[in-house]
Design a protein around this ligand. Structure first.
Ligand SMILES: [Zn+2]
Ligand SMILES: [Zn+2]
Length: 254
């Protein structure tokens, strides 16, 4: 599996982009920076986007990628749980904030097509076996496992300390890597707790619920730009884990 980091931050500046990752050029995980971080050719190559939750930093470039793709390529599959899709329909592609691209340019060939994911249930998307696992955030949010013939990639979504994800990953024998959120420094533990995010301290405690975390390549994302240096410093001090901090443009072969 070929993993490209399009956006890996919990905020935006000219040097930071919000969450978006692409597998084998055809499956995106979250849509925070799919158009600000990819040229048209790469945008057109996508078949589907997995949406972890409806927060703006994970969905906002669905607006612009839908616009760019209309009448050029087949519909983009937008896959998420029922509560996530409900927010997209009611508050985003609602013909007020933005057109309903699930109905235009034509009903027969719209720019996007919704696909509902049921947590825990495997769904086949763009040639992968995708499973959503509920995690612990301020709104409905899920992690994903994405399996291909090469193995499984896991993505945490936005989450604070959680349980079920670690059980599922513990049972995943072909797990290659985990994209894992960490957002705030330890000094902002309260803010992390009320906003459903990790600090390096809570991250280390949670990762240790997984027996293989010592070796498992764990790719950290969602650091808040204004706390980047502090979070990186604190992560560098964690021991007994296999951590890498994602950077824009990173390309991993899993
Ligand atoms: Zn969020
Ligand atoms: Zn977020």
């Amino acid at each position: 599996m070929d993993l490209r980091v399009i956006g890996c931050h919990g905020g935006e500046t000219p040097r930071h982009r919000t969450s978006a990752f692409v597998l084998d050029d055809r499956l995106a995980i979250d849509a925070g920076s799919l158009t600000s971080g990819m040229d048209l050719k790469a945008q057109f190559a996508l078949e589907a986007v997995l949406v972890s939750h409806a927060h703006l930093d994970h969905i906002r470039d669905l607006a612009t990628i839908a616009d760019n793709r209309q009448n050029r390529v087949p519909p983009l599959v937008v896959a998420g749980t029922r509560p996530t899709l409900a927010v997209l329909k009611k508050h985003f592609f609602n013909n007020l904030l933005w057109p309903d691209f699930s109905r235009i340019p034509t009903l027969r060939r719209p720019a996007i097509r919704y696909l509902e994911l049921v947590p825990e249930k495997v769904t086949r998307i763009a040639g992968y076996e995708v499973r959503a696992i509920s995690v612990n955030h301020t709104i409905d949010c899920c992690a994903f496992t994405v399996r291909s013939a090469d193995g499984t990639l896991a993505y945490s979504g936005d989450t604070g300390p959680t349980e079920r994800l670690w059980q599922v990953l513990g049972e995943t024998t072909d797990l290659k890597a985990l994209l894992m959120e960490v957002s705030f420094p330890n000094s902002e533990a309260r803010l992390a707790r009320v906003s459903g995010h990790h600090t390096p301290e809570t991250l280390a405690r949670d990762l240790k619920k997984l027996a293989s975390s010592k070796e498992l390549p764990t790719l950290l994302y969602h650091i808040k730009p204004s706390f980047q240096a502090a979070v990186e410093r604190e992560c560098a001090r964690l021991t007994g884990l296999n951590l890498t901090i994602c950077a824009l443009g990173d390309h991993f072969i899993l």
